[in-house]
Design a protein around this ligand. Structure first.
Ligand SMILES: [Fe+2]
Length: 168
């Protein structure tokens, strides 16, 4: 393979690992949240999107033997990655979790912008289309979270002042 194809494959593999991680984070958040139904519902919707994204990236990796074998060592890559953002997500109350989710969506947005440029350089229209579609979903989620952070913070403070369950 050329250097560009190597880089593309490495970024694609990282993106796939990122979405696998996102699925487990979203599941744990959805399981925890009790008092913020709008947030819970939107996370649930994004979980469905994320599961589709993971399948689409896996299909792109499966197109080549190098990509297919890259899928095999995903478990070891994930265990290292999960100690970063994953811990932040699971330990945090709802305000911190919203901040982490917002930041994470922007990591995803940056990832797909890189992949779109790389796919374009390589003339890989199939991959480019997949990344464009995923990018749209990540931007929509980031925009929703951006609007929601104000509401969640005020609701958290209000509930906590009244000694209602506020953390999740
Ligand atoms: Fe996302």
């Amino acid at each position: 393979m050329t250097h560009s194809a190597d880089h593309f494959l490495a970024w694609l593999r990282d993106a796939h690992a990122m979405e696998v991680q996102a699925i487990s984070q979203l599941r744990s958040q959805i399981g925890r949240i009790e008092s913020y139904p709008d947030l819970k519902a939107r996370l649930h919707q994004h979980l469905g999107e994320t599961e589709e994204q993971e399948r689409a990236l896996k299909a792109l990796l499966d197109r080549t033997p190098q990509g297919h074998s890259a899928l095999k060592d995903i478990t070891s890559r994930l265990s290292a990655a999960a100690q970063g953002v994953g811990t932040l997500f699971s330990a945090a109350e709802v305000v911190k979790a919203s901040m982490a989710a917002y930041a994470f969506e922007h990591t995803e947005i940056a990832t797909y912008r890189v992949l779109i440029a790389a796919a374009d350089e390589l003339g890989d229209q199939e991959a480019r289309q997949v990344f464009e579609q995923i990018l749209g979903q990540e931007i929509a989620m980031a925009n929703w979270l951006e609007r929601q952070i104000d509401t969640v913070t005020r609701l958290y403070l209000m509930r906590d002042e009244r000694d209602l369950q506020a953390r999740r």
